[in-house]
Design a protein around this ligand. Structure first.
Ligand SMILES: Nc1ncnc2c1ncn2[C@@H]1O[C@H](COP(=O)(O)OP(=O)(O)OP(=O)(O)O)[C@@H](O)[C@H]1O
Ligand SMILES: [Mg+2]
Length: 309
């Protein structure tokens, strides 16, 4: 649905996109993650036909964003990072106004307004003034507006920023419904854990280039690297410690690394049987083990790892 080929965007001396290659398949909910200034909004504005790339190409459903911007606009619904809504309109009037701009007929508009208000859980706010809606509701109303012309691709720039956990979870549900309707969604954020829960695939952007792109599963596999952490109630005697470290190496091929006087760490793939053997071995040597657990990298750790440049 989205194909970016070697996209470059310069703002004077600033290189915002540095040969970005991005592919998003049909029906994906794709998270576009990167720290502040990584180039997310720039890439999104190019896809939304609001900005021309310095070089490179981008296509939405095979239509070129520079060759046929009008064609692309029919295919997409774009929610900018900061959007204004007309305050003196009621929710349904707001939707009606935009649908009119898009050339949707009056009868069809009434039907679509009911559908999109229902989709975004705003039916009971139909007659409310836009002004009176909370920030999260305004964001949902904007989503409703994007759905009016039944686009194939939704492009949302940081829709979850400023939302409380409940609003985020509602947003997740709505995106789930939208995805079940067969739409493709590109959604940006600088918070990976927030996106991982609502996406099927993820790209991580750093200084205008991707440092990761793949399924959420592939991202989680990156985190499978975990450590065995062993703590002792008191410092073990040197003789015991040496004996245990040697046995761990000989019998289980585990290399224990000391982390302070009362903690050891072992880098190994998770293996319940082998972990159990290691614990038995430590107890047999008589070490005062008081804590024995696995520490996994969090999504936040992975994000820090792939954006550390
Ligand atoms: N209109 C502009 N003129 C000059 N430089 C710009 C302009 N827009 C963006 N930039 C620069 O391009 C780079 C990428 O900015 P962009 O807004 O695309 O990042 P972002 O990933 O969306 O960041 P954020 O998470 O803060 O929204 C930044 O260095 C920014 O300062
Ligand atoms: Mg941005």
């Amino acid at each position: 649905m989205i194909e970016c080929k070697k996209l470059v965007k310069r703002y004077g001396k600033t290189l915002a996109l540095d040969g970005l290659d991005l592919n998003v398949g049909d029906g994906e909910v794709h998270g576009f993650v990167g720290p502040n200034g990584a180039g997310k909004t720039t890439a999104i504005r190019i896809l939304a036909t609001l900005l021309r790339p310095t070089s490179g190409e981008a296509f939405v459903d095979g239509v070129s964003v520079t060759g046929d911007p009008q064609g692309v606009r029919r295919l997409i619904g774009y929610m900018p990072d900061f959007f204004g809504v007309y305050d003196d309109l009621k929710a349904w009037e707001y939707l009606d106004f935009y649908a009119g701009c898009m050339g949707i007929g009056a009868k069809e508009r009434r039907r679509r307004i009911d559908e999109v208000l229902d989709l975004t859980a705003l039916s009971d706010k139909r007659e409310a003034y836009v002004d009176s809606l909370s920030r999260g509701m305004k964001q949902r109303l904007c989503l409703a507006h994007l759905m009016m012309h039944d686009p194939k691709l939704l492009i949302l720039d940081e829709p979850a920023s400023g939302m409380d956990p409940r609003a985020r979870s509602e947003m997740r549900e709505i995106l789930g419904d939208i995805s079940a309707m067969g739409k493709t969604v590109l959604i940006s954020s600088h918070i990976l854990p927030e996106l991982a829960q609502m996406c099927t695939s993820i790209s991580i952007l750093e200084k205008g280039k991707l440092t990761f792109s793949g399924s959420v599963q592939a991202l989680e596999n990156k985190m499978n690297a975990s450590q065995l952490v062993i703590r002792f109630a008191c410092e073990p005697s040197e003789a015991q410690a040496r004996a245990a470290i040697e046995k761990l190496k000989e019998e289980l091929d585990m290399v224990a690394v000391r982390d302070g006087l009362t903690c050891w760490r072992i880098d190994t793939q998770e293996n319940v049987m082998q972990d159990g053997e290691a614990l038995r071995l430590l107890m047999a040597v008589g070490l005062p083990v008081c804590d024995f657990h696995r520490e996994r990298a969090t999504l936040e750790d992975v994000f820090m790892e792939v954006t550390k440049g």
